[in-house]
Design a protein around this ligand. Structure first.
Ligand SMILES: Nc1ncnc2c1ncn2[C@@H]1O[C@H](COP(=O)(O)OP(=O)(O)OP(=O)(O)O)[C@@H](O)[C@H]1O
Ligand SMILES: [Mg+2]
Length: 497
């Protein structure tokens, strides 16, 4: 095919960039895009000097280019980034590349001008986002510092209680006439402090969104009924707790533990707002295609500038508050596809409204046994490097009717297995241990004894372990810290499947 004038014309018009052809300084051809970009009619361009189209800055550059145009050989002479000026005064960043062509009419310069304002905008946006991320990061670091301080403080208190009361227990137990009731009471304090520590780590983990969320079809009324007694005791008898569940409430899809956490956080805030007593009302109702949970108190309320910030992590007006309560509520509810809002009037009270999407699923039957079935003499191998935890697990399992072997690391476990004649029904192993990871131990053990099942225990949540390749997805994992019944249920479950 021959290159024709028509074809050249088509090319000129189809190009997404502005194209100007110049004879010396004079514009002799301009495509439609050039008319658009320069904001001038074609006859305002043709026959005019290119000088009038550029800014003062660009003019300096043009001098150098002019020499090239006059002296250079045909072909491209390179691209420059410059700025063009439109009649209305706006300036647009452009990239202009010039090629020299020798034609029968003499030497012409073909100039292709690309509009860079889109790219400049994108660059600006990127820079803005980067700056924002930096601020975010700084804030996060600052918050982390606060958090670490707060946690250290809370844990120190709990450890103080644990160590002191454990010492009382030892003292009393080694006295000549030990008072069993006093020992039990002191031990109770140890357990309570430990439970508070467990709650705190759960709250932190769930705040960090690391904790495994196990959504299930739930009756909110049931969840409330389950924690009602606990809430009543937590808020104290000077506050009236009134629960008003709506009949025939549709189910929601949520993690029951998280909903309990939401209720506890809201109830604690209400308690703090009603030091002299008052009313705490928890009610549910259907709200279109959503289920509404409302927690209202007749407490101090908040001024608008506090309401505005309550969902911010670490925002607290209380001396000892972590400021994570409502932030966690917010995280939980939005993660479940719901919304949360707060209305408050100083001196009157506060209402927190949670809306959760209705679930079309059906409720699981609630006939599952509360106490896990005991062991039937199965042999378990418990591998855990933390000695205290290994002993606790061993005691719980042996007490429930299992035969327990235990080891403190992978190598010791394999040695033990080599010497053990009978079957090993289940390996209960920590995931992250010095020397050999739980995964490798399990693989080697199952290789040697294919009938052995595996249950992992870890302080890290499953997604974290998977993302690091420390554990394969789909394996059974018991999260630490666990209660005796958590452990027994997980073991039974693993043996029975
Ligand atoms: N029901 C309420 N009545 C009055 N003020 C409230 C209520 N709920 C929350 N607030 C205010 O919002 C702030 C943030 O609440 P949030 O639960 O997030 O943190 P906190 O209660 O201060 O600390 P934490 O819950 O971690 O112990 C509180 O410090 C308090 O000022
Ligand atoms: Mg709170």
């Amino acid at each position: 095919m021959e290159w024709s004038e028509e074809l050249a014309g088509g090319l000129l018009q189809a190009a997404p960039d502005a194209i100007l052809v110049m004879d010396g300084e004079t514009i002799v051809l301009a495509n439609d895009r050039a008319v658009e970009l320069y904001g001038r009619a074609r006859d305002e361009l043709l026959g005019k000097s290119i000088e009038m189209l550029v800014t003062a800055d660009a003019r300096i550059m043009m001098a150098a280019r002019r020499r090239k145009i006059e002296e250079g050989r045909p072909g491209p002479i390179g691209a420059v980034t410059t700025t063009l000026r439109r009649p209305d005064g706006t300036e647009i960043p452009v990239e202009s590349s010039v090629s020299l062509v020798d034609t029968p009419q003499g030497r012409l310069a073909v100039c292709v001008v690309r509009d860079l304002s889109e790219r400049a905008r994108a660059d600006q946006e990127k820079a803005r986002l980067r700056a924002e991320a930096q601020v975010d990061r700084n804030q996060r670091l600052e918050s982390l510092g606060q958090l670490a301080g707060g946690i250290a403080h809370d844990f120190n208190n709990m450890l103080g209680v644990i160590v002191n009361y454990a010492n009382f227990v030892i003292e009393e137990a080694s006295s000549d006439a030990p008072d069993v009731a006093a020992i039990a009471a002191d031990a109770e304090q140890v357990v309570r402090a430990g439970k508070r520590g467990t709650d705190l780590t759960h709250q932190l983990l769930s705040f960090a969104r690391r904790e495994v969320v196990r959504p299930q079809v739930l009756d909110l009324n049931q969840v409330i009924a389950d924690v009602e007694e606990m809430l009543r005791r937590t808020i104290g008898s000077h506050i009236d707790l009134i629960v008003a569940p709506a009949p025939e409430l549709p189910p929601v899809l949520c993690d029951p533990g998280q909903i309990e956490q939401v209720l506890v956080n809201l109830a604690l805030n209400a308690r703090d707002a009603m030091p002299d007593g008052g009313e705490l009302v928890v009610d549910t109702s259907r709200h279109g295609s959503q289920v509404r949970l409302r927690v209202s108190d007749s407490g101090s309320g908040m001024p608008p500038d506090v309401v505005e910030r309550v969902f911010e992590p670490f925002f607290s007006t209380k001396g000892g508050g972590t400021g994570l309560g409502l932030a966690t509520v917010y995280g939980t509810v939005t993660q479940a596809g719901g919304e949360v809002s707060i209305a408050s009037t100083p001196g009157v009270g506060t209402t927190v409204t949670v809306l959760l999407p209705m679930s079309s699923g059906s409720l699981p039957d609630s006939s599952d046994p509360s106490e896990p079935a005991p062991g039937r003499g199965e042999t378990l191998l418990v591998v855990e490097d933390e000695e205290a935890l290994r002993e606790v697990a061993g005691r719980i399992l042996a007490g429930a009717g299992y035969r327990v072997l235990s080891a403190s690391c992978g190598a010791e476990a394999l040695e033990l297995v080599a010497r053990h004649d009978g079957v090993i029904d289940l390996l209960v192993s920590d995931v992250v241990m010095p020397g050999m990871l739980g995964k490798e131990l399990a693989e080697r053990l199952v290789d040697a004894r294919p009938g052995t099942r595996v249950l992992y225990m870890s302080g890290y949540a499953q997604p974290v372990l998977h993302s690091q390749g420390t554990l394969d997805p789909g394996v059974a994992l018991l999260e630490k810290p666990f209660t005796a019944s958590d452990l027994l249920a997980a073991v039974r479950n693993r043996l029975d499947v």
